[in-house]
Design a protein. Structure first.
Length: 340
């Protein structure tokens, strides 16, 4: 079977695989990898209750001959919504997942084929759930294959990431007393309390690290109330902090900021990660999080991939064809340098 990285990317993009619905793309990619002569196995990943779906989902692990790999390429098969089919022009491939991360899958597969031809023991690990909770990576971490290195693929403009910011999710909840809005003195607005709490949270000075930059905070979702003429008895906000170090200081600051107005529950933490430098390669710091912290049993991590994170998750997601082919060369070169 011939390998056309552009066509492979478009074929993957054209299979809708929004998180929790990765089964179809997994089946297609399994057959494709087998056609290239890889031994492929599935790692089942359960559907969480919140998905409200029953479809099969699984990671894929592929190797040349079943032998323990020295190095594994990894990225994710799921995408954010909405689904956008593929298209292309002379310079770019378009569509949901083109750069995050189906084009990366194509580059990693092509690099693995080249390395296999040179006798390198290489593996491929493609997981589900990265865009939500790293569920696939957590399952994969229970079954490592003994690799010395893990090259994780995310859009870094083909620059090697020296660090990746962590993430801390928090739900801030306020409660009050329902009443008629014409008589505010008879009620207690949970929304008003939540707004005051969020004002304090947004004013926090988050940690700053010299070679990484600042921690950042986003209030992404707010729920609460019943109607404009009803005093709200409950309200909540979902907040995401990008960490540049340990979370304890940030947790304490948020708890202090909302004290007396609301409560806070921390629902997810992905730690900040530093990674190695390789001489001669352009570098960057990833302000986003990845599956790397959940794959620590798969070897020393590196983060590298084609495409811009600024194009990911947008209506105009795209991947430069030039970057796609450059990534194949780069993945091959980095792997050989690490193993030599």
């Amino acid at each position: 079977m011939s390998l056309d990285p552009i066509q492979l990317t478009r074929s993957l993009v054209d299979i809708e695989s929004i998180t929790y619905n990765e089964g179809a793309v997994g089946l297609w990619l399994e057959s494709y990898l087998q056609g290239l002569g890889f031994a492929v196995e599935r790692m089942p990943v359960p559907q969480p209750d919140e998905s409200r779906q029953s479809g099969e989902r699984f990671n894929l692990y592929a190797s040349a001959d079943g032998a323990p790999p020295d190095l594994v390429f990894s990225t994710h098969m799921d995408t954010v919504p909405p689904f956008l089919p593929s298209a292309e022009d002379d310079d770019f491939i378009y569509g949901r997942g083109s750069c995050d991360a189906k084009g990366i899958i194509a580059a990693q597969v092509a690099a693995a084929v080249r390395l296999r031809e040179q006798g390198v023991k290489v593996g491929l690990l493609f997981v589900v759930g990265e865009e939500r909770d790293s569920a696939g990576a957590k399952v994969a971490n229970l079954s490592p294959r003994g690799s010395r290195f893990l090259i994780n693929g995310e859009p870094t403009d083909n620059r090697l990431a020296l660090a990746s910011k962590g993430a801390l999710r928090a739900t801030i909840r306020a409660t009050g007393k329902m009443g008629h809005s014409a008589y505010p003195e008879l009620g207690e607005s949970a929304i008003h309390k939540l707004v005051l709490a969020l004002e304090k949270v947004l004013a926090l000075q988050l940690p700053w690290v010299e070679d990484v930059g600042p921690g950042t905070l986003n209030v992404g979702v707010i729920h609460g109330g019943h109607a404009p003429n009803v005093i709200a008895d409950a309200a909540e906000a979902h907040v995401l902090v990008r960490l540049v170090g340990p979370s304890e200081e940030v947790r304490a600051a948020i708890e202090a900021a909302v004290a007396g107005l609301a409560t806070v529950e921390f629902t997810l933490e992905i730690p900040f990660v530093r990674m190695r430098k390789i001489e001669g390669l352009e570098t960057m710091v990833a302000a986003f999080t990845t599956d790397i912290p959940a794959l620590d049993n798969w070897g020393e991590p590196l983060l590298l991939g084609p495409g811009s994170i600024h194009d990911a998750h947008t209506p105009n997601e795209k991947l430069s064809k030039r970057e796609l082919f450059a990534a194949i060369e780069l993945y091959t070169t980095v792997a050989l340098r690490l193993l030599q």
